[in-house]
Write a protein of this length. Structure first.
Length: 463
């Protein structure tokens, strides 16, 4: 009798352990990976595949150094870490601005902001620009986008080449979900976006597709009870929101797995800018171009596993993203792009070879008067070349940082390195004199009061 009681107790103990393991697995989004192993030769032959899909995920306001796979000591991003662990991670990637519209105009066109002309709130991308979605659509991809940030609305030119470009219907928000920086202009959560993406996969998943998702919950500091892991300061809440978005994205990746699409889908994760927490006296973004608001992740997950994953240590920029993707897919390049394909660096890293030498300068740009109509431009430029980064603006003394000894940009070495300061200041001046794109200056976009109020509700000062 006693043995039966003990046995029954062990049944309950084992059951409890299994429940805990299941709960942990759910929290970490642990899942099997049925993709075959790949090689450098498989990477170079991606352009031969007529079945390859493309999922491009833009996580708004995500800084690279808050992801575990980029060295953060908190476990904020198990799903993104898994993508990087068996894929490609670009270790030193720079966004072209700390403000969404300016940054995204550069990302989509492969041009620096001084050439797109999209540096003020009322400007949009010219309809004469040739956009990646147009190239993909001409190549036979079904092109769809689901977005939640008003700065990339169709009126600003971002819908070019997409068959459907829409914002998802906002569903009910669970009582467990918290929105620490809620705004009128962004209803619902990224779960609505992922639900729409799953419906897209249900109806279009067996065709060849390109799906662009622009997620906003990190910008909104959204999380729930299960992802409230890291404290109550704004910096902690930001980490909670990364964990939340990582989990929401994980559910979409599992859906792709379940539909048998993972082995023919290239997944790209990037960000438009980061977020500041007082590193240079400011919080938020769209105010300056220091590293905390312009150093962003770039992760590629291929239709096969790389064992181990590849880390590209060369300095890259968001303007390199589409030249690289189009090269991998064997499609026509963006015309006149400033960015370039990083496939040579990827293949070098995959083969254990030295990366090609890169002495290029890399730029981030913010017109500090971008939200004030009629005010003269006030460009703030960062120039990164080699180990140094210059922060240049007309209204203040330039700052110079040695990123090898001071990656957080806290010690200005301009006085100690006058030759470097002079050289990079000249580079910044040359950058500001570059000619516009062949499609000329970005046209002004007329917005009504309601649309302006929605943009103001995002937390931006627009006048």
């Amino acid at each position: 009798m006693r043995s039966r009681v003990l046995a029954s107790r062990w049944v309950y103990v084992v059951a409890a352990i299994l429940m805990i393991v299941a709960a942990v697995a759910t929290q970490l989004e642990i899942r099997s990976d049925a993709r075959p192993s790949g090689s450098p030769e498989d990477i170079s032959r991606l352009d031969e595949r007529p079945d390859l899909n493309l999922l491009f995920v833009l996580i708004d306001t995500l800084r690279a150094d808050r992801l575990s796979c980029y060295g953060y000591d908190r476990q904020t991003s198990p799903n993104l870490d898994a993508l990087a662990a068996s894929g490609i991670r670009f270790a030193r990637n720079l966004s072209q601005s700390s403000w969404t519209k300016c940054s995204m105009a550069s990302l989509w066109t492969g041009l620096h902001p001084v050439r797109t002309g999209v540096t003020r709130w009322e400007q949009g991308i010219s309809e004469d620009a040739r956009m990646p979605a147009e190239i993909l659509r001409e190549a036979g991809f079904r092109t769809f986008a689901i977005w939640r940030n008003g700065w990339i609305r169709p009126a600003f030119g971002f819908a070019q080449g997409f068959e459907a470009y829409h914002s998802p219907r906002a569903g009910p928000i669970a009582a467990s979900v918290r929105r620490e920086r809620p705004t009128v202009g962004v209803a619902g959560t990224d779960q609505d976006l992922v639900s729409s993406a799953m419906e897209f996969l249900r109806t279009r998943g067996q065709e060849r597709w390109f799906l662009y998702l622009h997620m906003m919950d990190v910008h909104q500091y959204v999380y729930d009870e299960e992802t409230a892991l890291f404290g109550t300061t704004y910096s902690d809440l930001y980490d909670n929101s990364i964990r939340w978005v990582d989990r929401v994205l994980g559910s979409l990746i599992r859906e792709i797995d379940a539909r048998g699409l993972r082995e023919k889908t290239l997944i790209v994760v990037a960000a438009d800018h980061g977020e500041a927490f007082g590193e240079h006296g400011r919080e938020g973004h769209a105010r300056d171009v220091y590293g905390e608001v312009t150093t962003t992740p770039w992760i590629l997950s291929l239709p096969f596993r790389l064992e181990p994953g590849i880390v590209v240590d060369a300095a890259t920029e968001n303007i390199d993203l589409w030249p690289t993707l189009l090269d991998l897919l064997g499609l026509p390049a963006l015309e006149g792009a400033d960015g370039r394909s990083r496939v040579p660096e990827i293949l070098a890293a995959a083969r254990g070879e030295a990366a090609p030498q890169d002495g290029d300068a890399h730029f981030a740009h913010l017109d500090q008067a971008w939200g004030r109509r009629g005010q003269e431009p006030s460009p703030m430029i960062s120039v990164r070349q080699g180990r140094y980064r210059l922060v240049h603006r007309a209204s203040a003394e330039a700052e110079l940082y040695d990123l090898e000894s001071d990656p957080r940009e806290q010690v200005d070495v301009a006085a100690q390195q006058p030759d470097v300061l002079e050289r990079l200041t000249a580079v910044a001046g040359d950058y500001l004199e570059r000619p516009p794109a062949d499609w000329q200056t970005a046209p002004p976009v007329e917005l009504d009061d309601a649309q302006l109020d929605q943009l103001r509700a995002l937390g931006y000062s627009v006048q």
